[in-house]
Design a protein around this ligand. Sequence first.
Ligand SMILES: Nc1ncnc2c1ncn2[C@@H]1O[C@H](COP(=O)(O)OP(=O)(O)O)[C@@H](O)[C@H]1O
Ligand SMILES: [Mg+2]
Length: 289
Amino acid sequence: MTNTLLHFQEIIYTYPGQDNPIFVGLNLSIVKNKKTAIIGQNGSGKSTLFLLADGLHKVQKGKIYWKNEELKYNRKFLNRWRQRIGLAFQDPEQQLVAGTVIEDIAYGLANLQLPKAEFEQRLDDAIADFVLQELVNLPLHNLSLGQKRRVALAGVMALKPELLLLDEPTAYLDRRQTQNFMQELDRIHESGTTVVLATHDLDIAYQWADWFLVLHQGQLVMEGEAEAVFSQQELIEELQLGLPTVWQVWQALPKHLRCSENISVPRTVSELNEKLSGTLMQHLSQSRR
Ligand SMILES: Nc1ncnc2c1ncn2[C@@H]1O[C@H](COP(=O)(O)OP(=O)(O)O)[C@@H](O)[C@H]1O
Ligand SMILES: [Mg+2]
């Protein structure tokens, strides 16, 4: 438990006005410095989990811990809680509150009551880190969804959270933006912030994460590294979860092309190409001998 940042213990949660609970006795931990992906189909409970983690919804039963401290729902406590746990919403429109880009980032920072110099430094850094220089004075409603997402993320990162929860972060990004964003995530991870990604996009999760939590109808049905999770063929089919494309292509290859020594399963198309041309060359040179 020592490396656990966030822990859900026996959580029961039903949305107001609903008959059926989303979570019934959910137990789940988020571990420090592990690139974690929470995967599962739409409606499996990923967003609700994040909203509970950030104290935006209140559990009916069970406890949520940050390290050993239990979440309480008074304003002062929540303010402190949300400085450690940053949440970027699935829909950036729900997150952005102010008129312009710079006002929005400053709004969140103002809550920290920092000395003026540090406040300004953090504002400048957030703008530079997320390449928002040309957008700073634009009204938020003039931005594309992808740009809004960058602003929302800049606002969250300016608070320097220890844990960053990202809900479907690539939903509004095109391919190039997605790849840039994944690099950005690596940068955030390397800077020491633990990043958790919730996504129904298995390709994105598979490319990036070291650890996978699979949610299905509000239950944690599997947890582990990529190989351990995605090789559970029967369960994956039963859940109709699907498989990452690169994983599927790799598994479909003849075994002798996959099984050279020390070869790990590729995570991206370019890794797949690289490994495949490596093993093909090896194979050709062997068969010529
Ligand atoms: N505000 C809400 N009120 C009632 N039910 C909701 C609300 N938001 C989500 N749900 C329900 O909770 C379940 C989990 O949803 P959600 O957490 O959004 O899943 P995911 O993010 O994995 O798609 C779904 O059945 C969804 O319909
Ligand atoms: Mg969601």
